[in-house]
Write a protein that binds this ligand. Sequence first.
Ligand code: BES
Ligand code: ZN
Length: 631
Amino acid sequence: MVRILFALFLVVNVLFFSGCGSPSPTSENVEVKDLKQPDFPITNHSFSQPEAVKVSHLDLKLALDFDRKVVKGSATWTLDHKQEANYVFLDVWGMQVLSVRNDQSDEPLPIILGPAHELFGQGLAIPIDGKTKTVTVEYETDPSCKALQWLPAEQTADKTMPFLYSQSQAILARTWVPCQDVPGVRFTYSAEVKAPEGMLAVMSASNPTQKAASGEYQFQMKQPIPSYLMALSAGDLVFASIGKKTGVFAEPSVIESAVYEFGDMENMLHAAEALYGDYVWDRYDVLVLPPSFPFGGMENPRLTFATPTILAGDRSLTSLVAHELAHSWSGNLVTNITWDDFWLNEGFTVYFERRIMEALYGKDFADMLAQLGFQDLEHTVAKLDAEDTHLKLDLEGRDPDEGLTDIAYEKGYFFLRMLEETVGREKFDAFLKSYFNSHAFQSMDTEGFLSYLESNLLTEEGMKEGVDLKAWVYGPGIPNNCPAIASERFASVEKAIEFWKEGAYPGKLSTKNWKSSEWQHFLRNLPMDMSQKQLSELDQNFGFTQSGNSEILSLWFVRAIHGRYAPAKPALEDFLSRVGRRKFLEPIYTAMKESDQLDWALELYGKYRSNYHAVSTGTLDELLGYSTPKA
Ligand code: BES
Ligand code: ZN
């Protein structure tokens, strides 16, 4: 008790001082000689200054309090330093730091927090000396913690227990674990998590496959990872195996359909290994989350987090699994060193994803995905400022989320495809394999990749100039030598659309055997100003409003909104009440806004906003000019 009071005194003390711009770095209990007051510069969206002191291992102890919607616990960091530094710096954001210690003293140290930044949180400076091996931070998150979503039972599939999940990328890890929140620092971790009885907890680590009566679980991540890959979830989860190394976690009522949907996962893993080398993370499992998850998927190592909106019932949307699996090489093994180099993660991953899809389902199929990607790229280039269409970004002082555009994904993809077509597939594959192999568990910047590329692939006379690296990496838009992809299957979709535009009844179009990609291409090319008759004929023939395919459904809803097609309204409202995936919500709410139906958008958004994760509400609040009603 005395200790807690003392710690509290220090928090108040230091916060008071830091509020006045002069943090007090010393306390009566700690011998800290001649300590220079710490500065809190921001580099790469972080206060962590890893060039002076780096963390190398994390020991995490957490208790999950679902009643208060907080995580309480401690993070003990093992340090790697040259014995000169006076402090190790961690990032924290919106959490309460309860105490700070190091292994050289039994007494708490002062809690020295830097000024709070709107986008990046705060630096936490922990005094160390040459002998310090570990530091420990006791803390508690806030219910409004940006990484964590606490879902009431009603928002889960089975409605039996509440549910928790984290989303750390890009800079939200610091909201639930005090850490050096930069992708250039890697560490191993072990964790003990106490969940309520009856729940299963899982992490981006070795995982239990069965519930423990006590609700207590242990985890190990023995390969070093960056902070944005720390992940945690807990709820009424069960596990089912798919292959020898692959499986799925989901709520009991979802598990069977997930096992079916991801039935090709083990084959994907084999295809990936055949391309670019052994899978080094032991197991690859997928966790199917409740539908509020703001992303399609997140490549948390050993355990991809995925939206249930890919459970279409026919395995048609599993390229997302190929994508997250591919990150086990591009991103998790060789990691972008800063968020300015984000294309190294995502562009490589899209390239790899499409190679996996090609290996499993053929070139036709993969090329349709690439064509859809090219259309996305064209839209994105038209929308963004020119500098934001460079592969290498400059996100200094900005939210790294702003780099999360199709430039990294699709311009990155087409850059690599152009290189493949230039040197031939065999050479390119050998190059990529050796790239992953020689940089495993390291971070990479754009320049490092370019120099590796120049010395290992573009070695022939004139090649470097021929491919025009500069235009691709440091220039705007889509360079002239971007590969063009012809798809016969899309050509016949385009024919069907022409036919329909000339007045043909939808039932007369040859749509037999169309796959999800063909339907997406069809819907994307329908006009926004369709008549009621056109909308209802299309709907009656193709059942869009009732589609179980979320990609098709969201494209259809956008057209239904523009055409004020009332029969789609109940399904649309149901979708918006459940699904929190930003990729779908953004175009749907945008369509309402752009078609002069902002009132309707705000009515629905006000009703369902609490079902969405902070990542999505951040974007949508701005889009709709929404401000939280005062209590
Ligand atoms: N790593 C990303 C998701 C991400 C990126 C989250 C940046 C936060 C910041 C993940 O691998 C991803 O790209 N997901 C996509 C799906 C994919 C198939 C393109 C998504 O969620 O839409
Ligand atoms: Zn990705």
